[in-house]
Design a protein around this ligand. Structure first.
Ligand code: SAM
Length: 249
């Protein structure tokens, strides 16, 4: 919630005055009028991704971290992304490339692009100069050239492969997020059929929380079991295919 002088917040656990929190440090505990205690903290990026009202399915925080590292999204990188969706991966990429880099994000649906723009503005306090939001269909083409990274999170990433091949610089990395393994297979087949890609790797991340309290030392009862498969490949200088032996990563 956004704090506003003079406002009162009503919750199941009781109401509290915003003025009780304004000016207090993060980590302050505030009592509601029903006597419940609330801990006041600014939301982390991961909490914002999960909690935000949205119409598209965002990439989960556990996968966002791995994507940034495995796709090596570094300060100064030029990144093309599609589709923008909620803007969760866009925001993660913006944090990683910084003001020296650039993120161009394509979204086929204008209303999703507009909602993502608002979410990014709210999160960052404005639209950064190193972000370009485009309404467009990446199955039809990618306008950018010589880009360092292409990040795909859409239903048929294989349709974008011919355009990724011309947009990526040699040595660049393409990433695709696919909920179903049939999509992974079609994406990898398309990379091999096009040629010019190598070092294909697919991973799935399982994150299991643990309870560590008193004698209760055990895995959590609940977990987000499956989100998506993460597939990465490198753009080669030519149009050969280069496969690595073994398990990767
Ligand atoms: C799963 S969501 C992406 C979520 C996003 N990665 C996030 O973290 O919020 C897929 C998005 O791709 C968009 N999309 C589907 N096909 C597309 C295409 N051909 N070109 C561009 N965007 C497309 C959809 O409208 C949708 O918003």
């Amino acid at each position: 919630m956004r704090l506003k002088a003079g406002s009162t917040q009503s919750l199941h656990s009781g109401a509290f005055a915003h003025d009780d929190l304004i000016g207090q440090p993060e980590g302050t505990i505030v009592a509601t009028r029903m006597g419940s205690k609330l801990l006041a903290l600014r939301p982390t990026f991961a909490e914002q991704v999960v909690e935000r009202k949205r119409r598209a399915q965002p990439i989960y925080p556990k996968d966002l971290g791995a994507i940034l590292v495995h796709a090596d999204i570094h300060p100064g990188a030029r990144v093309v992304e599609a589709g923008t969706g909620t803007g969760a991966l866009t925001l993660a990429a913006l944090r990683a490339v910084g003001p020296e880099g650039h993120v161009t994000s394509y979204e086929a649906r204008p209303e999703f692009s507009e909602a993502a723009r608002e979410a990014i503005e709210q999160t960052l306090g404005g639209l950064p100069s190193y972000l370009t939001l485009k309404v467009g269909d990446v199955y039809l083409g990618i306008e950018e050239r010589d880009v360092d990274r292409v990040l795909l999170d859409l239903p048929e990433p294989w349709q974008a492969v011919p355009h990724v091949a011309v947009a990526l610089r040699p040595g660049g990395i393409v990433f695709a997020h696919c909920p179903n393994v049939s999509q992974v297979q079609r994406f990898c087949d398309a990379l091999r059929e096009r040629g010019g890609f190598g070092m294909l790797e697919t991973v799935e991340l399982l994150e299991r929380g643990w309870t560590v309290r008193g004698r209760s030392l055990r895995p959590s009862h609940r977990m987000v079991a499956h989100t998506g498969f993460l597939t990465f490949a490198r753009r080669l200088a030519g149009d050969d295919v280069f496969e690595t032996e073994g398990e990767g990563f």
